[in-house]
Design a binder for this molecule. Structure first.
Ligand code: KDG
Ligand code: MG
Length: 405
């Protein structure tokens, strides 16, 4: 079974998605997600010009060899563009293998380790009261784990909070240049500790609470935040600090028992190797789309399991339902699965383009039993929503210094 064609689609049903379709000479096809938010067309060009021509004629069953060919074989390893391209191909090949076997991908990985996949939803509000009202509404829908984000008084915009924007916070489709946002660590500290204090008072102790710092703090500031949040028993504190120096998490770890999660921007196992083997984190959040697909995430999950680190895959709206489906198969299998981030399946238009039978009930999701990944892609519907240039925001301190967004 040889690869006979590779097609790349970019569609913007509310936000941009890059979809890879690998076609075989026996008439099968597989789908993969290669979306890199704000840099979509770099991946498209890389796939069209540098990847697709090399794969035509190769054995579509040789997933591992193709992964190595695109990683070791290009000399220029790693990198977000490269790894998103590998991810798109890798997911599509797992999809094909499942279709050939007549089995869902989780069966190829080793079978199910659980009946359902626990999810965490997002409650984001314009102030603490608003955030907690939204959290209560999610609890009423059955969610048992909720990420709380709230606007920081005194800042014009806060990460994770919609404000007056109609669409999800990262979508900048009508503004073709990156918007700038301000940041103040002291103002944030005043809000965030109070948010979790009031959350426990109002929501009780049974719900799991999470928070994403989005890398705005230095390691010692993260250590202090972790300590201040200890009484409120978070499931995890996400991306407290950037960990380009993986050792810097020792500072945070030494000071707090608040569980730590990181990894959504990571592209390879090497980005999290030291964090995992030194047990400096509790959850690894790497996404299949950004880190080389199912093949890489399986490797990371197995490695993490040795060190009691659980998986908690990234589930932001800039990952397409194909990535979510790939995560669902990994989550169903991984013995050390922790929790899956979930923000719905996108706009009505997106749901017409990406169709699947993943069920969500009482804060848990149920993996598809269809052969392969279990997602279909409607090419005609996708063509109605062409690519729109779009950027993530950049962040600056109040004195103008560029900061981590
Ligand atoms: O493209 C960036 C988003 O995926 C990111 O900001 C979302 O941090 C995020 C999260 O935890 O979902
Ligand atoms: Mg995050």
């Amino acid at each position: 079974m040889k690869i006979s064609d590779i097609k790349i689609f970019v569609t913007c049903p509310g936000r941009n998605f890059v979809t890879v379709k690998v076609i075989t000479d026996n008439g099968l096809f597989g789908l993969g997600d290669a979306t890199l938010n704000g840099r979509e067309m770099a991946v498209v060009a890389y796939l069209q010009e540098h990847v697709a021509p090399c794969l035509i004629g190769k054995d579509a069953h040789a997933i591992e060899d193709i992964w190595q060919y695109l990683y070791k074989g290009v000399y220029w390893r790693k990198g977000a563009v490269n790894m998103a391209a590998i991810a798109g191909i890798d997911m599509a090949l797992w999809d094909i293998k499942g279709k050939v076997a007549g089995l869902p991908v989780y069966q190829l990985l080793g079978g199910k380790s659980r009946k359902s996949v626990g999810l965490y939803a997002h409650a984001s509000g314009d102030d603490i009261a608003d955030t907690l009202l939204k959290a209560e509404a999610l609890m009423a829908q059955g969610f048992k784990a909720i990420r709380l984000q709230s606007a920081v008084p005194g800042l014009k915009v806060t990460y994770g909070v919609l404000g007056d924007k109609e669409n999800y916070y990262e979508l900048q489709g009508n503004r073709p240049l990156p918007p700038e946002e301000d940041w103040s660590t002291p103002k944030y500290f005043n809000m965030v500790v109070e948010l979790f204090k009031q959350a426990r008072e109002k929501l009780g102790n049974d719900v799991q609470l999470l928070h994403d710092v989005h890398s705005r703090l230095t390691p010692i500031e993260s250590a202090r935040l972790g300590k201040l949040l200890e009484p409120y028993n978070l499931l995890f504190l996400e991306d407290a600090s950037i960990a380009e120096n993986q050792d810097s998490y020792k500072t945070i770890r030494q000071h707090t028992t608040t569980p730590l999660a990181i990894g959504e921007t990571y592209n390879t196992i090497w980005d999290c190797k030291d964090l995992i083997q030194n047990q400096l984190i509790d959850y690894i959040r790497t996404a299949a789309t950004h880190a080389g697909g199912i093949t890489s995430l399986k490797r990371i999950a197995d490695f993490a399991g040795i060190y009691n680190v659980k998986t908690a895959p990234h589930g932001a709206p800039d990952l397409s339902p194909i990535c979510f489906a790939a995560h669902m198969h990994l989550n169903a299998w991984a013995p050390n699965f922790g929790i899956q981030e979930f923000v719905g399946f996108g706009t009505q238009e997106a749901q017409q383009i990406f169709t699947h039978d993943i069920q969500v009930k009482d804060g848990a999701a149920f993996v598809s039993d269809k052969p392969g990944l279990g997602v279909d892609f409607n090419e005609d519907a996708a063509a109605l929503y062409p690519y729109k240039r779009s950027y993530l925001p950049v962040s600056r301190l109040e004195d103008g210094t560029l900061w981590n967004w």
